[in-house]
Design a protein around this ligand. Structure first.
Ligand code: GAP
Length: 445
């Protein structure tokens, strides 16, 4: 973990939030490489969960919502963690975190002090903000504690504008905020983080909902494995009834085995009709669905898949980190790697090599004329490097997970071929410069 934290900072993946002012606990900033990695991660999720499906729509709701939303959803009353306070040093710790309770006790034991805890008390996780132009009339609102409610409050709008047929899903990616008592383990527990969620509306029937639940559980697990996470380090875990959030009829986590134990990557929940019926009650709006096929009106149930961004991305980084003889290599899936290709002129002081290498670099960098694609005709995240010798450049690209390096050398000037070096196998092959686009397109499919 320490190695990942240090690599992430040194190579521009993740920096401590507000660092020059001494930091702000529970916040981290994503640097140039981290921003690309995050973008790729979210894009992979969106492609898998939205673009390839017929019955899933995307939405992008506000972070600031009416405080009534949180009253209705139960978060004002129930979005709490149990907290105990040490009567000697007044440190507050989550009562359900055995490791921290133990570690705190160890500290006291060393000083021969006894730990005397208060009874657990509830601590609300919603982050407050004050909105309004005039100081006296500012009102308290909450930064959303989960992105979910932005979907449910728009249920009627979605029905009226998209006319979906049940079952259907609404997906969203966005920021959420929680006043976590003990943020930590790098980007594992944050106070500001992103979530990627699907709210899948189904008929309110136990058996049908259970089948859909199973379907999404398997789909979500496949997604992690498909993006290269070691499947031996992944597992499902069912929540015990007393562990479930207030909205959940059933809940399963996908967990990853980290250096600090098995930890949650995402939750899959059967939320029943909790959200829609609560919002119907509090808003007075009719949030039922009419099924024209069976001429039946009902409040649908919701199966939710709720995935973080920073937390599972940390698992991908931990999983990808390898130390091999003479190098550190981040074996990220090419679709996640911040840069797909690095282009080098063998020697930086040979204008002919530099010019040829620039042409190849521009080929991948050029802006697209095709709409709807961030990538160009075949645009990929490409890096230019002409510093130091070729060995150092390979080392540097391995450490940030670039899957392929393209070197323009003297042979290129004779026969228009380049060397392509593969990150994982370290094998090199000659490829015609004109075939590079299809070479990488094939490998990124
Ligand atoms: N809408 C349901 C919901 O929010 P959750 O289990 O509280 O469910 C879902 O959160 C996911 O969001 C978690 O599995 C985790 O990946 C991420 N997450 C939750 N709290 C987090 C935190 N404090 N820091 C980083 N990620 C967090």
């Amino acid at each position: 973990m320490d190695k990942i934290v240090s690599l992430a900072k040194r190579r521009g993946f993740i920096y401590p939030g507000s660092e020059i002012y001494g930091g702000l606990s529970g916040t981290w900033d994503y640097g140039p490489l981290g921003a690309e990695l995050k973008f790729n991660f979210k894009q992979q999720w969106w492609e898998y969960m939205v673009l390839r499906r017929e019955n899933v729509f995307g939405i992008n709701a506000s972070i600031l919502m009416s405080p009534k939303v949180w009253e209705a959803s139960g978060h004002t009353a129930s979005f709490t963690d149990p907290l105990v306070e040490c009567k000697t040093c007044h440190e507050r710790i989550r009562a359900d975190f055995d490791e921290e309770i133990r570690a705190h006790g160890e500290g006291h034991k060393a000083k021969k002090e006894k730990v005397d805890w208060t009874e657990p008390r509830k601590f609300n996780l919603l982050v407050e903000a004050r909105l309004g132009a005039v100081e006296e009339s500012k009102s308290t609102v909450y930064l959303r504690g989960e992105i979910t409610q932005g979907v449910h409050v728009n249920f009627k709008n979605i029905l009226d504008s998209m006319h979906p047929k049940i079952p259907f899903g609404v997906a969203q990616i966005g920021k959420a905020f929680r006043n976590e008592i003990t943020p930590g383990n790098f980007t594992y527990r944050l106070r500001e983080f992103e979530q990627m969620e699907l709210q899948y509306y189904v008929r309110p029937e136990e058996k049908a909902a259970a089948e859909v639940f199973e379907f999404w559980k398997e789909e979500r697990m496949k997604w992690y494995i498909g993006l290269g996470l070691n499947k031996d380090r992944l597992r499902f875990r069912e929540h015990a009834p007393d562990e479930r959030a207030h909205y959940a009829r059933s809940a399963w986590d996908i967990e990853y085995e980290t250096p600090f134990g098995w930890k949650e990557a995402e939750g899959i929940h059967n939320r029943g009709n909790w959200d829609l019926s609560q919002h119907a009650k509090f808003s007075g709006e009719d949030l039922s669905y009419f099924d024209p096929e069976v001429k039946d009106r009902f409040i649908p149930w919701v199966i939710e898949t709720s995935c973080g961004v920073e937390r599972p991305l940390l698992y991908f980084l931990l999983d990808a980190y390898h130390e091999e003889e003479g190098r550190v290599v981040l074996k990220l899936h090419p679709r996640l790697a911040p840069y797909k290709v690095a282009v080098f002129p063998l020697l930086a002081n040979k204008p002919q090599l530099v010019e040829k290498a620039r042409q190849i670099y521009q080929l991948f960098k050029a802006p697209s004329s095709l709409p709807g694609r961030r990538a160009g005709k075949f645009q990929v995240q490409v890096m230019w490097d002409d510093r130091g010798n070729i060995g150092k450049r390979y080392y540097s690209q391995d450490e940030i997970g670039t899957p392929w390096c393209v070197t323009v050398d003297f042979q290129t000037l004779e026969d228009e071929t380049v060397t392509v070096r593969d990150r994982d196998s370290m094998k090199q092959e000659r490829v015609a410069a004109k075939d590079l686009e299809s070479y990488f397109a094939e490998r990124l499919q």
